[in-house]
Design a binder for this molecule. Sequence first.
Ligand code: IPM
Ligand code: MG
Length: 358
Amino acid sequence: MYKIAVLPGDGIGVEIVPEAIKALQAIGEKFGHEFQFTEALIGGAAYDAVGHPLPESTLAACRESDAVLLGAIGGPKWEELPVHLRPEVGALLPLRKELGLYANLRPCMLFPSLIQASTLKEEVIAGVDLMVIRELTGGLYFGEKSREATADGGQKATDILSYSTYEIERIVRFAYETARKRRHKLCSVDKANVIETSRLWRETVTELAKEYPDVETSHMYVDNCSMQLIRNPKQFDVIVTENMFGDILTDEASMLTGSIGMLPSASIGGQVGVYEPSHGSAPDIAGQSKANPLATILSAAMMLRYSFNMEKEATVIEQAVHQVMEDGYRTPDLMEAGKNLVNTIQMGDLVKQSILKG
Ligand code: IPM
Ligand code: MG
């Protein structure tokens, strides 16, 4: 039996997570696996219920499970709270840190039937298949932060950016191992022309490259990478980068898949992995059954692959998503003329049926 902690969170999180559960249940039915789901509060919903966005009981539920399925957190209602109680800083970042999730995987694959949905040209994105590996528990996000008053009556704010050799090595090794299972190409992204942590990053990658002669290593500055991602994304196989650069580049890379509503993510490295869509809680469309559940469903596929070692089952979910797209069903974010508009629940049902048939 596989124990899954379910943290729907805020906004559309509560609408998309049940659709991913449906997909997992269909897999269970088809392959004879038993998944047990335990729901817990996180984010604004947890703050409203118990006064903290990451209750101890939620963390305990995650630690006691084999994997975590997370929806999305945050929203305007909680933006004015003291920073340590806001969903992002008070829940998401400590969850990543506490569970030791130093590796964040965001695979960008174009769904051929979505080629028209992207704002980019067909010849640029056809055939894109890349994986961004983002360092997730270090860098600016977790460095010391401070404010001080300045003599002119203003303030000075400081965020410390630091990385140790150890932190760089473990994520870069992870990226090399991933590249070995793919097309054997690794591009390390930094800003070594300006930033000291990036110079250590590049030196560390250069050293490690000697251990992976079968993988072609390249280095790229982050500004150039942001340009190359939309100029010629097919040049990339695996990209490895630090926390903040990875945050920015993956939003950009999501457009290569057609919509950010299609980009799943896996955060791993500790005892228990967390699987969540790369997008946010979308308060503007929450509660209207307009949200695209596919990034969350694809995140559940990543859970099967990375936490439960169920490659075949993961592929069945991915194929089912392809099939539903091929059949012309679209949530509003991907709607175009000639397609069939469906809501969140209908999309989840279609994927479920396709899993059971496939
Ligand atoms: C992401 C998100 C988070 C991040 C926010 C919500 C803190 O943008 O997972 O990419 O910056 O890591
Ligand atoms: Mg982000």
